[in-house]
Design a protein around this ligand. Structure first.
Ligand SMILES: [Cu+2]
Length: 153
């Protein structure tokens, strides 16, 4: 980048900060990495958008983002998101992401390992209302604690 362009870029970035900060208050941005053919990933993105998140989607790279961001592979699922420095792995409900951002624990982030049926994005008509129990895990280092449980009936 030319020096002149760099300066121009910095100036423009600086000018846009106040607007960005204002809209971030209403709509928190989550960046998501998934595979291009992942239908349940798309449905999870729709769930987040319906719950007031702004989602930036990348159709590749979730495995490398997961390992770079420090989410242990054993907690891996079909998509990886990053929001305010936290990793969100798999079909995590929007409510839990909000709770995480409010509590701000010292953690890698949240994971719903695998793809439990009934979790947001895994609850389409194909599953005919099936609701498997699942936990949202809070990941700290290589370990986890249960952040919330969804064990309906
Ligand atoms: Cu999935």
């Amino acid at each position: 980048m030319l020096r002149r362009d760099a300066l121009r870029f910095l100036t423009l970035s600086w000018l846009t900060i106040p607007f960005g900060a204002a809209s971030a208050k209403d709509k928190t941005l989550i960046e998501v990495w998934k595979s291009p053919s992942c239908g349940c990933c798309k449905d999870w993105v729709t769930h987040l958008e319906a719950n007031g998140f702004k989602v930036a989607v990348n159709d590749t790279g979730n495995n490398s983002v997961r390992s770079q961001a420090g989410m242990p592979q054993k907690y891996g699922s079909c998509h990886t998101g990053i929001i305010e420095g936290y990793v969100i792995e798999g079909h995590v409900p929007a409510d839990d992401i909000r709770k995480l951002l409010a509590l701000k624990p010292d953690a890698v982030g949240l994971s719903v390992p695998g793809m439990p049926v009934g979790a947001p994005g895994m609850d389409g008509p194909d599953y005919q209302g099936r609701q498997d129990p699942f936990d949202v895990l809070l990941i700290v280092g290589e370990e986890h604690t249960v952040f919330s449980s969804y064990h309906k009936n």
